[in-house]
Write a protein that binds this ligand. Structure first.
Ligand SMILES: N[C@@H](CCC[C@H](N)C(=O)O)C(=O)O
Length: 276
């Protein structure tokens, strides 16, 4: 059945899939902002735009583009990739349990863990570290940060305890800090034990979110690099838990759920604004 958008969430991190093979909507910055707006549009933490096919072939050479609700484009998204994989299964673009997906931040390997695509594992690739356990002073507060890329940029802040007020105060300042010319996603990290960490997230271009897949991988990878956790880590977030495994060769595997929410059409009023 045709729809303009397909909405899913992964632990409360919600995305709209817009399929260029079905919809002719133009995704300008203005349109993305409006569609994602929770009062004036449909509302979401971002848009997954695809699939695109390389060599006009449907054979495992699919790619997608990922947009933040401020209209900027992200190189990668962990929850977004699991959601997009689920969309491909729901719309019968794929029938295999394992396939690859290409993003601007690299190619990932997807594994569907059940027939309905409700639990999905992804090899997110490897981490490049930029700074390990360095001090960054924000609002006169000395923070211990580890910054890295797993295709998209992250800054992990080690904390003794987490508070949402701190995330809302420091997150946007760190996101825009001159040290990160392309801005950054920010994770506030609390180590519970060697197999469990807790994070609160400030996402680049999206703000406070309930969960983030690439943030889970970044925080677990940073904690492992600092010698604080083992290779298998449960990442607790306000929206739920993601399992992260760090393989000996550095590859980071992320496992977590996806839930379908709704599909729908843009009403004529909204469509007119989007088309104008
Ligand atoms: N929610 C995501 C991350 C989305 C992209 C991010 N905001 C960025 O700009 O890099 C996830 O689950 O990883």
């Amino acid at each position: 059945m045709y729809a303009d958008y397909y909405k899913y969430h992964a632990l409360g991190n919600d995305y709209l899939v817009i399929d260029p093979n079905k919809s002719n909507i133009t995704l300008t910055e203005k349109n993305i902002r409006l569609i994602c707006h929770r009062n004036f549009g449909i509302g979401s933490d971002g848009i997954l735009y695809g699939p695109f096919f390389q060599n006009d072939s449907m054979s495992q050479r699919m790619s997608l583009r990922i947009f933040n609700p401020d209209g900027s484009e992200a190189e990668k998204s962990g929850n977004g990739l699991r959601i997009f994989a689920r969309y491909l299964l729901d719309q019968r673009y794929i029938s295999e349990k394992e396939f690859t997906l290409k993003t601007a931040g690299g190619t990932v390997q997807v594994e569907l863990l059940d027939n309905k695509g409700r639990q999905i594992k992804i090899d997110m690739g490897t981490i490049s570290f930029f700074a390990v356990n360095e001090q960054l002073v924000i609002n006169n507060q000395p923070l211990q940060i580890t910054s890295l890329s797993i295709g998209n940029p992250h800054c992990v802040v080690l904390c003794d305890a987490l508070s949402t007020e701190t995330v809302l105060e420091l997150g946007p300042v760190i996101e825009q800090h001159s040290r990160f010319p392309n801005r950054t996603n920010v994770q506030f990290l609390n180590i519970i034990d060697r197999r469990t960490i807790q994070i609160e997230i400030w996402e680049r271009g999206a703000g406070y979110t309930l969960a983030s897949g690439s943030s889970s991988c970044a925080a677990a990878g940073a904690a492992y690099r600092l010698g604080l956790v083992d290779q298998e880590v449960n990442v607790l977030m306000p929206g739920g838990v993601i399992q992260v495994k760090i393989r000996h060769d550095g590859h980071i595997f992320m496992t977590g759920p996806v839930c379908a929410v709704q599909s729908g059409l843009f009403a004529a009023d909204l469509k007119e604004i989007l088309d104008s």
